[in-house]
Design a binder for this molecule. Structure first.
Ligand code: HPA
Length: 275
């Protein structure tokens, strides 16, 4: 067996972070590609580079910062990951449990995950936002595979409300106050790092996907395991392969994220103030 995690393993990361902050964070935020600027708005920030945290992981993606930022945002105590971890970096799904388990052990009550994604639903446009209501994960195993950490959650766990309905409703209410077009939809996980083929996107649409991306699902499954309420928010940075004439690259992804940076940031802040 490759991983033999137990509670003490994750507790070591949590003990270190707790030693650096003097409050219990209420909301955790994982920032995806292009969502980083939100981190600059956190007041009285304690910044902890990932490499300082024992038993944690380090970001290898160039535009992912790799820091935990703890402080106050919209009057709420938050812990924010600027830079997240992906399977395509070489991590196994089991390792990707670390962030949400850290949050849980710190006493976080709600987690928000953001990501950049490709739009599969042809009613969507680049720059639109999708509140995730469910996901499709046909490519990988579950991150909680291996010895179960019973103190965190059961071996077999329910995922019928993985993207917590009550939180989605709050986010959809906030949609009335943003200039962004906000949808509710289904995210389909692809491991990457290549973008999908046009045939895969046609299949994804047939299966019920509204958008596709290379993150979020490991964190979402870890959150469901430890009963962590979760809100997933995807920024449509591009139309998925085959739905637009241009070839896909990270340039387009970051350009769209940059174009809507301010309204996207304000939308997330509004949600945080209403959680
Ligand atoms: N596919 C997968 N991941 C993505 C995409 C995409 O089209 N855009 C941004 N992240």
């Amino acid at each position: 067996m490759k991983y033999n995690y137990n509670l003490a393993y994750f507790q070591k990361s949590a003990d270190y972070v707790r030693s650096r902050i003097d409050f219990t964070p209420e909301i955790a935020i994982i920032l995806g590609t292009g969502c980083g600027p939100l981190a600059d708005e956190i007041q009285d920030a304690v910044v902890i580079p990932y490499e300082e945290i024992p038993n944690f992981l380090v970001s290898t993606v160039s535009d992912h910062a790799g820091k935990l930022i703890c402080g106050t945002l919209m009057g709420k105590k938050v812990i924010c990951m600027n830079g997240r971890f992906h399977y395509y970096e070489g991590y196994d799904f089991e390792q990707l449990t670390a962030p949400v388990r850290l949050f849980k052990l710190l006493g976080v009550q709600k987690t928000i995950v953001t990501n950049a994604a490709g739009a599969v639903n042809t009613d969507y446009a680049p720059g639109d936002v999708v509140i995730l209501k469910d996901h499709l994960n046909f490519f990988n195993v579950c991150p909680t595979r291996g010895p179960n950490v019973e103190e965190l959650g059961p071996r077999f766990f329910d995922v019928s409300d993985i993207y917590t309905k009550a939180l989605r409703e709050i986010a959809l209410d906030c949609a009335a106050r943003t200039e962004l077009v906000v949808h509710e939809g289904v995210y389909m996980y692809f491991p990457g790092p290549h973008f999908e083929t046009a045939a895969e996107i046609r299949a994804a649409r047939l299966l019920g996907a509204d958008c596709v991306g290379m993150s979020t699902v490991p964190e979402a499954l870890t959150a469901a395991h430890c009963s962590m309420p979760l809100l997933g928010i995807s920024l449509m940075t591009n139309m998925a392969t085959g739905l637009a004439s241009e070839k896909l690259g990270s340039g387009e992804v970051s350009q769209t994220a940059q174009n809507v940076e301010t309204p996207f940031k304000e939308f997330i802040k509004d949600i945080i103030s209403h959680l």
